[in-house]
Design a protein around this ligand. Structure first.
Ligand SMILES: [Zn+2]
Length: 131
């Protein structure tokens, strides 16, 4: 992350963004992450190899942010693009351990996780928990 991100985005938000990006991309696949600081429509900018870029809308600065909301917003916008990019071409992310499709976000009051969209027997991958 670069620039004066922390003056506009708090640590919780930045951590949630990092977590969402790392749920979809391996470290070597991400060249850089930055935020375009438009006060009304800040955008996350994810730089991939070969000058490829992905964007995700983050919502107004004034909007209250919950870490899981930030995660969900970033994750769901980026996930759709993953199989179309050079570095992750045709790959479902996050990959379901039992099938050739991506896992989907599972969010309950206490758990944020990845789950198989079809079979409840496939173990979920927990991202975060709240008591
Ligand atoms: Zn599955």
């Amino acid at each position: 992350m670069s620039g004066d991100l922390t003056s506009d985005f708090d640590r919780m938000t930045l951590d949630a963004i990092q977590l969402a990006v790392s749920a979809l991309f391996r470290p070597a696949e991400v060249v850089g992450i930055s935020i375009e600081p438009n006060p009304y429509a800040p955008q996350l900018r994810v730089e991939l190899p070969e000058d490829d870029l992905l964007f995700a809308y983050l919502g107004p600065f004034s909007e209250p942010r919950d870490a899981w909301d930030v995660f969900e917003r970033v994750f769901e916008q980026l996930q759709d693009y993953v199989p179309d990019r050079g570095v992750t071409w045709g790959q479902p992310r996050p990959e379901c351990p039992g099938h050739p499709h991506p896992m989907q976000l599972l969010r309950t009051e206490h758990v944020l996780a990845m789950a198989c969209p079809r079979e409840p027997d496939v173990p979920i991958v927990v991202i975060d928990r709240r008591s």
